[in-house]
Design a protein around this ligand. Structure first.
Ligand code: MN
Length: 233
């Protein structure tokens, strides 16, 4: 075994934690698709199908206050505000009643989406990466430890653009709750410390433009601000 790398070792993506200078290291980003009924309806999807998972890469995180360039290839770049759950431990085949014991804390995130590309790839039965998984597609705010706030199961989740409210829902509307999400994901992969899961978005997703100022939050969890920059070239 060598103890060196042929290129410099890469930094570990991380998130701030409210109340401490220590940061939360991020291993994987999982996202739940279609976890709020009103959002399934607004996109015209089948409301009888259960939610499911897709992924973004950890280095696609954008920090609170960041400017995210308008991404390439899209003409329909959309916001999806979501609660993010951060794991301190994990495993496989975790039962719902064990699941919350693996949670470190919670935060606010935006699942930025190139909706036109996502829709096109779905129609062609191709994977979703082009629509969902791109640079800075995962803005995340500071985490709040579950030791301080418990496990939020209800509370307003909202997003505004340039001061106008676009999304407004409640965590209680989630089809799979946090415990069920962790349990389900652990059937599919081994989940572990450092994993964060975006838990789905309520209704009101809409298009963004360069210069837009996004503000979003979840009652009792936190807030997040992002600005959209000029088109990336
Ligand atoms: Mn989403």
């Amino acid at each position: 075994m060598s103890d060196s790398y042929v290129i410099p070792a890469l930094p570990v993506p991380s998130l701030p934690v409210t109340g401490t200078r220590a940061r939360f290291p991020v291993r994987r980003i999982w996202c739940v698709g279609r976890n709020y009924l009103e959002h399934i309806r607004e996109l015209g999807n089948d409301e009888r199908q259960p939610p499911f998972f897709f992924a973004k890469h950890a280095d696609m995180i954008a920090q609170d206050g960041a400017t995210v360039p308008y991404p390439s290839l899209t003409k329909d770049f959309q916001h999806e505000v979501e609660m993010v759950v951060a794991l301190r431990s994990g495993g496989t085949n975790i039962t719902p009643d064990q699941a919350l014991g693996h949670v470190y804390g919670y935060g606010v995130a935006i699942d930025l989406t190139r909706r036109d590309l996502q829709t096109a790839s779905r129609k062609k039965e191709q994977p979703w990466e082009i629509g969902k998984s791109f640079d800075l597609s995962a803005p995340c705010g500071a985490l709040k430890p579950a030791a301080e706030i418990g496990h939020p199961a209800k509370g307003r989740i909202w997003l505004s653009v340039n001061g106008t409210q676009r999304q407004n829902g409640d965590l209680a509307e989630m089809i799979w709750n946090t415990a069920e999400i962790i349990s389900r994901l652990s059937l599919q992969v081994s989940v572990g410390a450092g994993d964060i899961i975006m838990t789905g978005t309520p209704a009101g997703v809409a298009a963004l433009a360069p210069g837009d100022r996004i503000e979003c939050g979840i009652d009792g969890v936190g807030t997040l601000k992002v600005q959209i920059g000029p088109l990336v070239d």
